[in-house]
Design a protein around this ligand. Structure first.
Ligand code: ADP
Ligand code: MG
Ligand code: ZN
Length: 482
């Protein structure tokens, strides 16, 4: 029997605000160096008698995210208490949303091998983060509440995803949108996004929803992809061996690359959800929604369409450039700073620059080559001052040292020889020294000219203008025919 995976994704994104969800404690980007329990107050440590106050900015960001995900924003939403006991949860309940979330009925279109596909988003709701436990030794754990009360947005899809590729396409695109909106830094290492994958399988051609495994706390794209792939294969194997899948919560063992059962799946009723009595239902005026919609920045799909239309880029190039907002901005700045065709600039960014970034593991924000500096380099190549290969070498040096192209070219004497007088002699010499190749050429195998160009480049230490060399070679070879 052939099976197909059925996957629904829950994504928790930390919303980057100045202060926490229900108190004025600061939210810091990187809690790594922070002493435990520095940014805490009676509210986020749940002292008796305190009251939560909703952070308006969080609601604003959540609505904008909902709008970017094509959601409806119902006129009223409601906070709810989700009760459970865990030592990192000082109130013994989490303020979340249940029956009336902030955003409902949205979707995200992703690219798949067989064309675009719409992934429905059933809800996006607001909730607060928990603290963090440190297990320090036998039977001893410490709790740090710096993170308690930090605002999160939970974005939940319908079970519309059918493969690991689709899951990755969705997660990548969602991350891009969150970063575009400035909702999140999207920094996976710092836990700015965490995934929960709900996975079941069913015979192809059926449409039932079978019991699922819910893999919790996946904090990288890699973990998301590997654990999903593992679950799909494992569930199919179980069914084929005559076993059954029971609904269950799983964890991901990164080292062994297996999912492990954590506990029986709890159900909504286990949490005893009920409306948060300390917060009245939140009314969202239509005017506010309209105002926020007007403030949405250009999102990846729109930017991609504009790049294709205005810069005459291929779909593929445009999608590579818009994946990160900072990369798209960088690219546009290079185009604006120089005279080269946008397509040429795209080739430099996607080819040479991305190559250097991959090698060094740098993000665009860390790259020492400013858009103006890259435009200058591309200009030097375009006007023929250096050839493309030298250009790439120079870019490597700019990337490593932060120095400008002109300076490097001058210092190292890299300027290209386009002067035909000087090159003519070298070309003549190469032809004299290669009688066999010359007869091959004259005999009709003209592609041997590539080898001859190589010889000239060697003789000029790569500084010759290859176009000029090709022309000179052709002229001199043709002259030999008579
Ligand atoms: P919970 O509150 O237990 O996390 P939800 O009903 O809110 O459960 O569903 C959570 C996620 O699980 C959603 O993304 C949903 O699309 C997905 N899901 C529900 N049923 C299935 C199923 N049978 N197979 C795969 N995913 C599912
Ligand atoms: Mg869940
Ligand atoms: Zn606080």
């Amino acid at each position: 029997m052939e099976y197909e995976p059925v996957i629904g994704l829950e994504v928790h994104a930390q919303i980057h605000t100045k202060s926490k969800m229900f108190c004025s404690c600061p939210v810091v980007k990187d809690t790594g160096d922070l002493e435990p329990n520095t940014y805490v107050c009676p509210v986020c440590t749940a002292m008796p008698g305190v009251l939560p106050v909703i952070n308006r900015r969080v609601i604003e960001i959540a609505i904008m995210t909902g709008l970017a995900l094509n959601c409806e924003i119902p006129p009223v939403n409601c906070f709810a208490r989700k009760s459970y006991f865990y030592p990192d949860l000082p109130k013994n309940y989490q303020i979340s949303q249940y029956e009336l979330p902030l955003c409902v009925n949205g979707y995200l279109d992703i690219e798949t091998e067989s064309g675009p596909k719409r992934i429905r988003i059933c809800r996006a709701h607001q909730e607060e983060d928990t603290g963090k436990l440190y297990h320090v030794g036998a039977g001893v754990s410490h709790v740090d509440l710096n993170r308690a009360g930090v605002p999160l947005l939970e974005i939940v899809t319908e079970p519309d995803l059918r493969s690991v590729e689709e899951v990755l396409a969705y997660a990548t695109k969602l991350r891009a949108i969150l970063v575009y909106l400035g909702v999140s830094s999207g920094d996976m290492e710092k836990g700015m996004m965490r995934f929960e994958a709900n996975i079941s399988v069913r015979p192809v051609g059926t449409d039932q929803l079978n019991p699922r495994h819910e893999v919790k706390n996946l904090n990288s794209f890699r973990a998301l992809a590997r654990s999903t792939a593992y679950e799909i294969a494992d569930q199919i194997a179980t069914l084929e061996a005559g076993g059954a899948i029971v609904q269950q919560t799983m964890g991901w063992n990164e080292a062994q690359e297996v999912t492990v059962p954590q506990r029986g799946k709890e159900h909504a009723h286990d949490y005893r959800y009920f409306p948060e009595p300390d917060l009245p239902p939140l009314e969202i005026s239509r005017e506010w929604v309209a105002e926020l919609r007007a403030r949405l920045p250009e999102l990846p799909d729109a930017k991609k369409a504009r790049f294709v239309a205005d810069y005459e880029l291929s779909d593929y190039d445009a999608s590579l450039l818009v994946e990160e907002r900072a990369v798209a901005d960088y690219y546009e700045a290079v185009v604006a700073a120089g005279k080269a065709a946008p397509k040429t600039v795209a080739n430099w960014v996607i080819g040479a620059l991305f190559g250097l970034m991959n090698e060094s593991g740098q993000e665009i924000g860390q790259v020492q080559v400013s858009p103006e500096a890259l435009a200058e380099l591309i200009g030097l190549v375009e006007e023929g001052a250096i050839n493309a290969n030298t250009g790439k070498e120079v870019l490597g040096e700019m990337f490593a040292s932060g120095r400008r192209a002109r300076q490097i070219v001058e210092e190292r004497g890299l300027a290209q020889i386009s002067d035909t007088g000087a090159l003519e002699q070298i070309v003549a010499q190469v032809l004299d020294e290669s009688p066999d190749q010359v007869s091959t050429y004259l005999g009709g195998k003209e592609q041997i000219i590539g080898w001859m160009i190589g010889q000239v480049m060697k003789a000029t230490h790569g500084k010759a203008n290859p176009q000029v060399v090709r022309e000179l070679l052709q002229n001199q070879l043709e002259a030999k025919r008579s």
